[in-house]
Design a protein around this ligand. Structure first.
Ligand SMILES: Cc1cc2nc3c(=O)[nH]c(=O)nc-3n(C[C@H](O)[C@H](O)[C@H](O)COP(=O)(O)O)c2cc1C
Length: 194
C-alpha cells in the first residue's frame, strides 16, 4: 500500500486547519488505499531552519532533521492542507519544506487549501515555485474551500458536496501518480542540486 503524508500546514492556536485536515484524513482512511502518515506541524515542532549546510548535502546535524528526513523519504505522496496568509503560503509549511531537498524529489503533491474569498488558492500559487524547485509533481485536482470558517462548527468541519467530490478526484489522481513516479524517487541529478 502506498504511503500518503498529510501535512497540517497551520500551527496557530484555534486554527481551522486541524478540523479540515481531520476531515481529509478520515476521508483518506475510508478509501483504504493509502497508509497515512499524519504530520501536524504544530506537534512536529520543527524550529526555524537551523541546519548549517545546504540540505542538498544531507549532512544533517540535528536529530529533528534526521527524523524529518526519514519520514519524508518514507512517503510516496504528500497532501498539504494549507491556509492562505496575506495572499501567500503558511510560513510553517515553507520552513518544513526548506529543511530537506532530495527527499521531496518527484513526489506527487496535492493541495487542500482554504481561506476567504479565494479559497486559499493564492497561497497555493505562491507555493508552486517551491515545489517546482524541489522537483515535485503537482496533482491537478485541488480542493479549494472559500470562507472555510463558516463550515467549522464546534471544532468540526462539515464539507459541502463539491469538496467531497473534488477530494475523491484528488486522491484518485494522487494514487495514479505513485507507481509511475516511484522509480524516480531520490534520484535528483547532481546538476540540479543547486
Ligand atoms: C496572518 C493571517 C493572514 C491572513 N491572510 C489571508 C489572506 O490573505 N486571504 C484570505 O483569504 N484569508 C486570510 N486570512 C484568513 C484565513 O484564511 C483564516 O483566518 C483561516 O482560518 C486561517 O487558517 P488557520 O485557521 O488554519 O490558521 C488570514 C489569516 C491570518 C491569521
Amino acid at each position: 500500500m502506498s504511503r500518503l503524508m498529510i501535512i497540517v500546514g497551520s500551527v496557530r492556536p484555534g486554527r481551522i486547519g486541524l478540523p479540515i485536515a481531520t476531515w481529509v484524513r478520515d476521508s483518506v482512511a475510508a478509501r483504504g488505499d493509502f497508509e497515512i502518515d499524519w504530520v501536524d506541524l504544530a506537534e512536529l515542532g520543527l524550529p526555524f531552519m537551523d541546519e548549517p549546510s545546504h540540505p542538498r548535502l544531507r549532512t544533517y546535524t540535528h536529530q529533528h532533521t534526521l527524523d524529518w528526513s526519514a519520514r519524508v523519504d518514507a512517503a510516496d505522496a504528500i497532501l498539504l492542507v494549507t491556509p492562505e496568509y496575506n495572499h501567500s503560503y503558511s510560513p510553517a509549511l515553507k520552513n518544513a519544506f526548506d529543511f530537506l531537498m532530495q527527499e521531496w524529489w518527484r513526489k506527487p503533491v496535492a493541495f487542500v487549501s482554504y481561506g476567504g474569498v479565494s479559497g486559499g488558492s493564492r497561497g497555493v500559487v505562491a507555493f508552486e515555485p517551491v515545489i517546482l524547485q524541489l522537483g515535485m509533481v503537482r496533482v491537478g485536482a485541488a480542493v479549494e474551500i472559500p470562507f472555510a470558517g463558516r463550515l467549522v462548527v464546534d471544532g468540526v468541519f462539515t464539507p459541502e458536496q463539491k469538496e467531497i467530490d473534488i477530494l475523491e478526484k484528488l486522491l484518485d489522481e494522487t494514487a495514479s501518480l505513485v507507481e509511475p513516479l516511484r522509480p524516480l524517487k531520490n534520484r535528483r541529478p547532481a546538476a540540479q542540486l543547486g
